[in-house]
Each structure stands twice: as structure tokens, then as C-alpha cells.
Design a protein around this ligand. Structure first.
Ligand code: ASP
Length: 312
């Protein structure tokens, strides 16, 4: 049974690597070096908390793989099913955190909180932000108010659809665009601003098949001077779907559009997203490729991947 006291509510921390587990100086560090037990031990305020931890992976998240996603989804589903577990924290690299958050949201959409957290500075930095982020993430994961997949960084709780890394180096690197954060963590307390994320999840069974058999979905950027031959070459590799990262309101260069339409004629789904970091694509002119709406190209890729997996 779960207790009502924050300190007594059991939180499971699953570690996957990233800068939060990095060692070295602020630029020349190696991500994914420090084990989860050491990360927890470095935060004295976590001492009284009821925690379990598990090392699921130890990677720089630029190298995040479908294999790790599959293992992570299974471990998250396993711990969510334990009645004594109040919530989960996943430590992750910042580079692809938003993709993993969206993947877990669409696969599991849990009622218990699953909180991804990360750091912009390695554990050895003078400005290490990992310890506070980890403490805040555990607070959210233990909170009876919280639910769904979120990302906790720099005092903000972001939703999985909106969260984006928008700054490559500064400590305040994540935002939720126009939607704003779901909640703030102030002095260890949650200040909830809007509804917690939920969706109709596809279910963990969808992602349990051999990863080598997962459909291949590519992302191609539209830009000045782009040649549609890029799309033809990618289609020739045998991909099963394409997301075009368009410009502005999901507009696509004529050369790329012609190639995208050739791909569509071969039966491939092709969607258009926008490279604009804020806001969703509005409307659809006649003949336009289907719109990814509010999803970034990398999240639209996940949505298409999960859709194609249903058909496998
Ligand atoms: N490259 C690192 C990673 O994503 C960056 C970070 O964690 O801040 O794992």
C-alpha cells in the first residue's frame, strides 16, 4: 500500500546515462559514466526518501536506440504494475529526452507519474544542475497530485508533447512553447498550472516485437536549395514512412514535395512537420501532405512508427 507521506511513497529510479551521469569539465566531459547508486548518494536530501534504483542503460542520449526504448518501456511497465510503487523517475541525457518522453507517453500514458530528468552540466561541474533536478523529479514522482509522463528540469514540469530542448548549452535549456509548463516545483512543492498529460496509449505489447523488425521512418529537412533526390535515395533504402521537417506553416520545397508525392504514390505515408519551435501547423491547403500538427518532426516520427507497428 502507498503511504500519504511524500517521504514514505516508493519511487523507482531508472537510469539511462546522459550528462547527469557525466564526468569531466562543462564541455569536454563524457556522458553516461556515473552509476545510479552514486547519483542518488550525491543528493543528501534524498536520504530520507523511499527509493529503489536500477541501471537500464548507460549512454549519451544522442545515441539512444530503439533497443533501449524497448527495454525501458518494459521496465517502466513492470514497476508501474507494482501497487507499492507511487511513481518513477528516469534519468536521461538532454539531447533526446523529449523523444523518449513522447515515446513512453504514447506507449504507456500511465496514471502514476513517470518523470524524466536530466542535467546540462556533468556531476563534476561547479554548476551541476543534476542533483536539484533529481530531487525535484523524485518529489514529482512521489506526489499524489502528479500523473502521466513528464520532464522535470530547472524547476519546471513539462508535458511530453510540448517539451523541447531549445538551447544547446545554457542551464535553462528546456521549454514547453506556448502551452507552458504543466507545473512548477518551488521550494520542494508542486504548483500545478494545467492538466497533467494523458492520451489513449497504444500499450506496451505494441513495442515488444524484435526491434530489427520495427518499421523504419526517416526524417528529411526542407530548406533553401534542397534537392528531392534526397527523398528518392532514402525511399530506395526501403524506409516505410517519411516525415518532412518543413519550413514555416509546414511548407515544403517544390523539389522535395514532388519527391514526397512520388513516395506517397508508392504507398508510403509522408507527413509534414514544421521546423518552427513554437506553435502547431494550421490548416491544410489542397493537395498538402498530411500535417503533423503540434508534433516536432522527431515526435511525428515516433507517432508514425507506432502507427505502422500496429499494422505489422
Ligand atoms: N549528449 C548528452 C546526452 O544527451 C547531453 C546531456 O545529457 O545534456 O546524453
Amino acid at each position: 500500500m502507498q503511504s500519504n507521506s511524500l517521504e514514505e511513497r516508493l519511487v523507482v529510479i531508472l537510469a539511462t546515462g546522459g550528462t547527469i551521469a557525466g564526468s569531466g569539465d562543462d564541455v569536454g566531459y563524457v556522458a553516461g559514466q556515473v552509476g545510479v547508486k552514486e547519483l542518488v548518494a550525491a543528493v543528501p536530501a534524498l536520504g530520507p526518501r523511499r527509493l529503489e534504483s536500477e541501471q537500464v542503460a548507460q549512454v549519451d542520449s544522442k545515441d539512444m536506440s530503439h533497443e533501449i526504448w524497448q527495454a525501458l518501456a518494459q521496465r517502466v511497465a513492470h514497476h508501474l504494475a507494482r501497487p507499492e510503487v507511487a511513481g518513477l523517475v528516469i534519468t536521461h541525457g538532454t539531447d533526446t529526452l523529449e523523444e523518449t518522453a513522447y515515446f513512453l507517453h504514447r506507449v504507456l500514458s500511465p496514471t502514476k507519474p513517470v518523470v524524466l530528468t536530466a542535467a546540462m552540466r556533468p556531476a563534476t561541474s561547479l554548476q551541476a544542475d543534476g542533483p536539484q533536478n533529481l530531487l525535484d523529479a523524485v518529489t514529482v514522482a512521489a506526489s499524489p497530485q502528479a500523473s502521466g509522463v513528464t520532464a522535470v528540469l530547472n524547476g519546471r514540469v513539462h508535458g511530453p508533447v510540448e517539451v523541447r530542448k531549445h538551447q544547446p548549452f545554457m542551464l535553462d535549456a528546456f521549454e514547453s512553447g506556448e502551452a507552458g509548463p504543466v507545473a512548477l516545483i518551488q521550494e520542494g512543492r508542486l504548483r500545478v498550472l494545467r492538466a497533467w498529460p494523458s492520451c489513449e496509449a497504444v500499450g506496451v505489447a505494441r513495442v515488444l516485437g524484435p526491434v530489427a523488425g520495427w518499421p523504419s521512418v526517416a526524417v528529411v529537412a526542407s530548406h533553401a536549395g534542397v534537392d528531392g533526390a534526397v527523398v528518392d535515395a532514402i525511399v530506395a533504402t526501403g524506409v516505410q514512412g517519411l516525415v518532412i521537417e518543413g519550413t514555416g506553416n509546414g511548407t515544403v520545397h517544390a523539389s522535395l514535395l514532388a519527391a514526397a508525392q512520388r513516395a506517397q504514390a508508392r504507398g508510403l505515408p509522408v507527413w509534414r512537420a514544421t521546423r518552427c519551435p513554437g506553435g502547431a501547423i494550421v490548416g491544410a491547403p489542397d493537395g498538402a501532405l498530411p500535417s503533423a500538427g503540434e508534433l516536432s518532426a522527431s515526435k511525428a516520427r515516433i507517432e508514425m512508427l507506432l502507427g505502422l507497428m500496429a499494422a505489422v
